[in-house]
Design a protein around this ligand. Sequence first.
Ligand SMILES: C[S@@+](CC[C@H](N)C(=O)[O-])C[C@H]1O[C@@H](n2cnc3c(N)ncnc32)[C@H](O)[C@@H]1O
Length: 233
Amino acid sequence: MPPLQQFLDLAAAIAPEHRYRTVYDTDLHVLMPGKEPIDADTLEAFSRIAFTGRTVVDLGCNFGFFAFQASRRGAAHVLGVDCEPRVLEGCELLKRHFGLPHVSFERHDLDDAASPLLARRFDIAMLVEFIGKTFVAENRVASALAFLERLSNRELILSVQKIYWIRKELGTTPRRMRERYAPRYVDGGDFLLLDYVRDFFAPRWRMEALSPMAEGYEKPRKFLRFTPEHSHA
Ligand SMILES: C[S@@+](CC[C@H](N)C(=O)[O-])C[C@H]1O[C@@H](n2cnc3c(N)ncnc32)[C@H](O)[C@@H]1O
């Protein structure tokens, strides 16, 4: 059976909560709808990353959309990482369908502080569309950022929603958020995630927005690039 058909059969048997990203063919036509399609702004922001000749790790890769894109854009090697074995099986089938030899997939858990992945270094470490409402509400953001930071000395890419409405989106209260985070990140009913992420990496890394940004609340996640504040090159 061709790898694409095997993928579609496998994906149909995977629980919907693990089928996050819509799966596209090389020409961007939909192979399997997911919870989250790719939009033009995301592709535009992603196109601003220079992948040629670089080694890349994509944490929480789901069906590997960004890992495959990085490989198509000339990365020397891309490692896609996820904790779901069946999702990773799907990635292997898609890799065969796409014929992209310089992508591999491994199972690792970002919650594992002793993960063997933490001994490795990549030119670019990515954490895309990983930090969401639950992560923010439960204050698991710092550990995910710390994991990402261990994997590259050169470039970190992540996407986050700038601001969350605490009651409506996070389902909690400003008082609870002030117990979990420094009060400066709680502004009335808003939680200022972008500021938190920027400050987490400062002064070691400088933040640059790859997505256009307006003032105040904006819903879609924004792509950010962090590069070392003091280059040792
Ligand atoms: C919201 S999806 C993002 C998918 C992908 N980055 C994208 O934008 O298409 C998050 C992915 O991270 C994986 N994941 C969640 N917790 C994880 C953990 N602790 N370690 C590794 N992967 C994890 C999930 O299985 C899921 O595939």
